[in-house]
Design a protein around this ligand. Structure first.
Ligand SMILES: O=c1ccn([C@@H]2O[C@H](COP(=O)(O)OP(=O)(O)O[C@H]3O[C@H](CO)[C@@H](O)[C@H](O)[C@H]3O)[C@@H](O)[C@H]2O)c(=O)[nH]1
Ligand SMILES: [Mn+2]
Length: 741
């Protein structure tokens, strides 16, 4: 074929075109210069601290406060330097799905999709089946798709909901494909305003919506009454697994096929094949550690090997429904690219949420993080694995090491198991999902997801990197997955505590990137990991900065250069440049100014509460005094809470110790600000010396305004409880009494 013609792309030419491209971020060079100037500023600050150490003599208090400031700034500076490893190499990836279809449409590989759920109360089964249904309706050959739902609660109601979903899918999938609706999670779709407009299929829409509502009502009323109708139970042999003795923590393994994709009669209402659908509850016994989500994933990996054994595995949390029907095709471009594809172990997409408010009060979106930082890690071929929204190559997840000779096995036929009946497969799978199966094996160590850490995802991603594989970060324009973000401050803080704790545990374990990754991954990648792994300890300098300078201010002890001194310049420059850049970065990632401001409050609150407690708990765990736990993020809310969330009013309500710390710090800064201003009014000459500390306190106060409101002005249920107010008043006053000199 004549390549010059250009019209119809010949196969030869098509082979030459890559399936994805990687582009360096704009302004990368300018950013490097800018960041070097901040670096100079930081060095000058360190230098200033060392040059001006107060002599111990009459001012021991000030001496120690000064040393502390130096340590804190050393901490901030070093941490900031490691964050630069992200921004140094930001690049964005873009797949070409049309080229993929053109070249490989009839050779597309099988994909197994794992959905994990763990608690029918905190994660309602209707939520999970919406995710399942969205995955079943991917624009992908159904005979190559298998969906597995892992239910760590072993709940009959979740099984029932999945059975309902398997019936509903016969209507839903053809509906989606015929009218090309998006998203393909029925709940997500019906919530859209556009779904209610007249789009030419009003009749069908009403009919399917009615079916969905009826199904939802049946599931919800079964849960409410605690009973599943007998006629329903007779529909599937699977219900016989549940007897009176089954509890969440104690049950046998259950593997039930709801749709057997090999069965030619398993078709939707248009006569098209349906994807396979399997329910799994791995065995749980009191005396066996179950290793949380990692344990569930590893069981899923084995069970799916037995049943479908697709070369690729997509992992979704139960709330993360698929928002774009073409995502699988897009992601496969990275794996099937002829030149680089065989090096890729996984492709991670960002976690997005469909319940964010305009200014994102709890800063859940992590705009800057998904826009820039993760793309920065991806720039090194070292994207993180974030647990959900990640497509893995089965072999690398199973523990295979990358070798230069490796050429990818994606074109192996998906296992057909022609000679085995579905009950044979179920029985064999049950053994694979039993507690004792993993005993004396490499599961949880060299195979599958790694155990012993509440952020199994990050540590597993790191281990895969260290086995020589690359990973890709891909942030598509249309969000690929949408989940449920925490809507109360408490849940948001607890989630971050789990993350910071888990990540610090990795740092202190044998998986510490500097040790485990030494000589295997680049230093820049080791640093990129550490930015996250060191969330917990970075709480210490932050706490220091919001406690000591204010207390010193009360006593008139100055800890910064005078405003008129030349040494003030680096402090001001670093502060302004850093924040200015952070504002620009957020705005360029589609956040609002108010959203940025809210993220600063959350930044402070997380560091002084979640990360601090994460730090303490990790230390206790190292000393053997506490155990790893995984507090599941609740995905349901009451109407009252939901209303306040919509209005972007912070929700406190409960009286956790985290709120006491938060309120104490807010009050302390308020008191000392008043005290500091009083000092200046009384003696104007100290203004020059004290103004930096006054500004620092004032910033903390201004950013915390919603907290004072919740302490003193609000009367709704979401306000800060009186007990917290009382405790924090007492604590803040006591701290104010600490004499510095
Ligand atoms: O014993 C457990 C605990 C949790 N899960 C599932 O794990 C997922 C994540 O739990 P969630 O409470 O939603 O935590 P998040 O903080 O939102 O999750 C993020 O962080 C976790 C690590 O801390 C990762 O496992 C997740 O994939 C990632 O989305 C959910 O689908 C749960 O059903 C289990 O299957 N078994
Ligand atoms: Mn979640």
């Amino acid at each position: 074929m004549d390549k010059q013609e250009g019209g119809v792309a010949g196969e030869d030419e098509a082979v030459l075109l890559p399936l994805f491209e990687r582009k360096a971020a704009r302004f990368r060079g300018a950013y490097r210069v800018f960041s070097s100037t901040i670096m100079v500023g930081i060095c000058l600050i360190w230098f200033y601290r060392l040059l001006n150490i107060p002599n111990g003599g009459g001012e021991t208090g000030k001496f120690w406060a000064w040393i502390g400031m130096f340590m804190a700034e050393l901490g901030f500076g070093i941490y900031w330097i490691s964050t630069q490893s992200f921004r140094w190499n930001v690049s964005y990836t873009h797949p070409f799905k049309d080229r993929l279809s053109h070249r490989y449409e009839d050779k597309l590989p099988g994909v197994d999709i794992f959905v994990c759920t763990a608690d029918p109360i905190m994660e309602p089964p209707t939520l999970a089946i919406n995710t399942v249904l969205s995955a079943m309706s991917y624009n992908y050959p159904p005979e190559k798709l298998s969906i597995y739902l892992s239910d760590d609660a072993g709940s009959e109601f979740t099984f029932y909901a999945l059975l309902e979903a398997s019936h509903f899918s016969k209507y839903w999938i053809p509906f989606c494909k015929r009218f090309k609706v998006e998203p393909r999670s029925p709940g997500g779709y019906f919530d859209l305003d556009s779904s209610m407009q007249d789009n030419g299929f009003g009749q069908e829409l009403l009919a399917i919506k009615k079916l969905y509502e009826e199904m939802k009502n049946r599931i919800e009323s079964a849960i409410e009454t605690g009973k599943i109708p007998k006629e329903t139970k007779d529909q599937h042999k699977g219900f016989s697994e549940w007897d009176l003795h089954i509890t969440k923590q104690n049950h046998q393994s259950i593997v039930q096929s709801l749709i057997d994709g090999r069965d030619i009669n398993a078709t939707d209402n248009d006569g098209h094949q349906l994807p396979s659908l399997v329910y799994m509850a791995r065995e749980k016994r009191h005396h066996w550690p179950h290793n949380f989500k990692a344990g569930a994933m590893n069981s899923l990996m084995r069970v799916s090997t037995e049943i479908s054994n697709a070369p690729f595995i997509l992992n979704l949390d139960c709330d993360m429904y698929a928002n774009d029907a073409d995502t699988i095709r897009e992601i496969l471009c990275f794996f099937m690219d002829e030149k680089e594809g065989h090096e890729v172990a996984y492709v991670q997409l960002p976690q997005n949420y469909d319940n964010l408010t305009k200014n994102d009060i709890y800063s859940n979106a992590a705009f800057a993080a998904s826009g820039v930082e993760f793309a920065g890690a991806g720039g090194y071929g070292a994207a993180f694995y974030f647990g959900t929204g990640c497509l893995h190559r089965r072999e690398s997840l199973f523990g295979k090491k990358y070798s230069k000779r490796y050429r990818g096995q994606w074109n192996i036929e998906t296992k057909k198991n022609v000679d085995r009946t579905i009950s044979d497969l179920e029985e064999a799978s049950k053994i694979l999902a039993s507690c004792s199966y993993e005993k004396d094996t490499e599961w949880g160590k060299e195979m599958g997801l790694i155990y012993g850490c509440p952020v199994e995802d990050i540590v597993t991603g790191l281990a895969i990197q260290c086995r020589g594989w690359k990973s890709v970060y891909y942030n598509p324009d249309r969000k690929a997955f949408l989940g449920v973000a925490p809507v109360t401050l408490d849940t948001a803080l607890v989630q971050h505590k789990r993350w910071s704790e888990g990540m610090f545990q990795i740092f202190l374990s044998k998986y510490c990137p500097f040790i485990y990754g030494h000589g295997v991954i680049k230093l820049s990648v080791q640093m990129v990991y550490c930015v996250y792994l060191l969330w917990a300890p970075i709480s210490l300098p932050v706490l220091y900065y919001v406690i000591v300078p204010p207390v010193c201010l009360l006593d008139g002890v100055s800890l910064f250069p005078e405003v008129s001194s030349i040494w003030f310049v680096p402090f001001a420059y670093v502060f302004i440049a850093r924040n200015g850049h952070s504002i620009i970065e957020s705005l360029s990632c589609d956040s609002t100014l108010k959203g940025w401001w809210n993220s600063q409050r959350m930044w402070l609150t997380r560091r002084t509460t979640s990360y601090f407690f994460g730090f303490l708990d990790t230390i206790l765990r190292q000393l053997g005094l506490s155990q790893t736990k995984f507090s599941i993020t609740t995905k349901v809310i009451t109407e009252d809470v939901s209303r306040r969330y919509e209005q972007e009013v912070m929700e406190f309500g409960s009286s956790t110790i985290m709120f006491t710390i938060m309120a104490t710090l807010a009050l302390l800064n308020l008191f000392t600000l008043v005290g500091g201003i009083r000092k200046v009014v009384l003696d104007f000459r100290v203004l020059d010396q004290l103004i930096p500390q006054i500004v620092l306190c004032a910033l903390v106060v201004v950013v915390n305004l919603p907290i004072y409101q919740a302490l003193f002005l609000r009367s709704d249920k979401g306000r800060i409880p009186f007990s917290v107010l009382f405790k924090s008043m007492v604590l803040a006053s006591l701290v104010c009494l600490i004499p510095v000199n």
